[in-house]
Design a protein around this ligand. Sequence first.
Ligand code: ARG
Length: 285
Amino acid sequence: MKKYAKFISLLLAVMMFAGVFAGCGGGSNTTSTEPSAPASTEPETTSTEPVSADFTTITEGVLTMSTNAEFPPYEMTDDNGDYIGIDVEVAKAIADKLGLTLQINDMGFDAAITACQNGASDIVMAGLTVSPDREAIINFSNTYAKGVQVVIVTEDSDIASIDDLEGKKIGTQMGTTGYIYCSDTPENGGYGEENVTGYDSGITAVQALINGQVDAVVIDNEPAKVFVQENPGLKILDTEFANEDYAIGVTKSNTALLDAINTALTELMNDGTFQSIVDKYITAE
Ligand code: ARG
């Protein structure tokens, strides 16, 4: 609720600034707490109503999603170069519900967030962890998955828990929460920036581990499982680094789209579609 209050006050500030444009259907003028919206098309979205059509996207009829498709099983390419993964299929299912065609724009991880922030994409789906810093620049949908930051080491490593990471060389994907936590100061629970290398992708970090350039990789648990399975000689430590929530990032001004996405997501969860997508990619242990 605190989060919501912050969001609403931010939104009110944006509305005061952009008030003159409020009737133009930009989508920045709708919250459920607003007494009377200037636009007559304001959606009154609750989870029980059908998905509202009162939203705009950057290209009419298209849901543009930015991502970094190097994060199995959430987003990756198959042998034909087609995008697959949990996020891809969930995004497709949401787009279907909203009557939109899904357009996927693959780029670096940081760039995928920035694209959503700048309105170059409507949404970012990238196994994206909800964090206060990110909530300041984009909106987040309801959460749809749990992520755990875990540690990958070589099978013969002397690193047995996260306490042994002190003074070791750590590889992460640039811009990820793994990088952000690990590069923080020891007082804040990190290992110091000088000990952490940010790679373009998780698999590049894992390659660096295999080549002996780093001693450990900190990354989300599901990609970690995939990378360890595909690269013999690696293991995941039992101790967890951090627990996180994944959500869909939506451009801040587009609250109408956020509402529609949340409604669609709830429906996909309630009718079992969401779980069946997850089950395709993650086998229960
Ligand atoms: N969950 C982590 C984060 O949000 C890592 C996500 C990386 N995703 C990707 N598609 N490369 O920072």
